[in-house]
Write a protein that binds this ligand. Structure first.
Ligand SMILES: Cc1cc2nc3c(=O)[nH]c(=O)nc-3n(C[C@H](O)[C@H](O)[C@H](O)COP(=O)(O)OP(=O)(O)OC[C@H]3O[C@@H](n4cnc5c(N)ncnc54)[C@H](O)[C@@H]3O)c2cc1C
Length: 321
């Protein structure tokens, strides 16, 4: 027979990815009351690190390469305080394997020219200048991520190097991602910036790792010495030491709302038939949710906040004071 355990909290965090864990850490510093529920077996979301044992050795691998770069010094302090000497600087080497060849990421222009050959390179150049005319001279509006990339790189390089990759990573068509997200990820980077960086490197002048370089060209970055997931595992340990509840393998089965305000959540827990009923101390408004990933940045309609009746996206629901 199923049992219903009742819990009460002010704040419900759904999803223990970077956004959920960072919010939890901040809320714990402010001594707030919250519960985290996470549908997978571990914290970290897309930024988790997997450990593989082989004999006496343990190998760590991230869910794709994760480099940390921000212009916000608070974030460096936040993670530095958390990880101490395990927060190290590493030199970046990122490559994409496309059509049987490795391409440095960000683009290394001479290598890309060699790999693509003259005809494809000429096509890339033509598309770039065409995009400058369409978006620069004729002022075609940039309505989504795909437009942003084409305006800055041209259609063929955009498809080849950025759009395809972004759609695979996020599972969302680039035309449905808000252009603001592009300015967060690749602001300051376009084909011209890549060419300038290449010339600088060839002339052995200052490389793009200097301050002010576009984010995607930065080639030295901070990294936790056991993978990016260490950040979230460390937060988890800190929160559990303080007595906070983090429910893994758990997700909302039902979220109850009254007049657009969330009041209760029924949570499916690992024990199968067992459920937890989480009562929010006060009602929350649907728009109190903190959005934080491109899923939530979709240009398409669909943000129902706390009132998505089943299988809601991850989110952080706060009480309405
Ligand atoms: C291959 C790859 C490379 C990347 N490289 C970088 C990089 O170099 N630098 C960088 O800054 N970022 C990088 N990112 C992006 C980074 O991983 C994400 O920005 C970050 O993980 C987003 O965090 P989040 O908490 O918003 O979402 P997520 O990481 O998606 O976490 C959401 C969490 O919510 C849980 N969840 C979802 N729905 C529910 C539900 N209904 N109930 C319970 N739990 C739920 C999920 O299981 C997940 O744990 C990369 C991503 C990938 C995939």
């Amino acid at each position: 027979m199923s049992q219903m355990k009742e819990l009460s909290t002010d704040i419900l965090i759904i999803g223990a990815g970077p956004a959920g864990m960072a919010a939890a850490m901040e809320l714990s510093k402010a001594k707030k009351d919250f519960i985290i529920i996470e549908r997978s077996a571990s914290v970290g979301g897309l930024s988790k690190t997997y450990a593989f044992k082989e004999g006496d050795l343990t190998f760590y691998t991230d869910n794709g390469p994760h480099r940390f770069f921000s212009k916000n010094p608070y974030l460096y302090e936040f993670i530095g305080d958390l990880l101490k000497e395990q927060w190290i600087k590493v030199i970046r080497q990122t490559r994409q394997f496309i059509d049987g060849k490795f391409y440095d990421y960000p683009v290394n222009a001479p290598q890309a020219l060699r790999n693509m050959g003259l005809i494809k390179s000429a096509h890339v150049g033509f598309d770039y200048f065409w995009a400058k005319i369409v978006y620069g001279v004729f002022k075609k509006p940039v309505k989504n991520f795909e437009d942003y990339v084409i305006a800055n790189f041209g259609r063929s390089l955009g498809d080849f190097n950025i759009i395809n990759y972004t759609e695979k990573v996020w599972g969302i068509p680039a035309a449905e991602i808000h252009p603001d997200w592009a300015t967060q990820r690749i602001k300051g980077l376009d084909l011209l910036a890549v060419m300038k960086d290449t010339i600088r490197r060839v002339m052995k002048k200052k490389s793009a790792s200097g301050a002010g370089a576009p984010k995607s060209l930065v080639d030295v970055f901070y990294y936790p010495d056991q993978g990016t997931g260490l950040i979230y595992e460390t937060i988890r340990a800190r929160l559990e030491e303080q007595g906070y509840v983090i429910m893994l393998n758990s997700s909302p089965k039902e979220i109850q709302c009254t007049n657009g305000k969330m009041t209760k959540a029924i949570i499916d827990t690992p024990e199968g038939g067992n459920c937890h009923k989480i009562q929010l101390a006060r009602r929350v408004r649907a728009d109190d949710r903190i959005y934080k990933n491109p899923e939530a940045c979709r240009t398409a309609k669909g943000h129902q906040g706390a009132c998505i009746p089943s299988s809601p996206q991850s989110g952080i629901y706060v009480r309405h004071a």
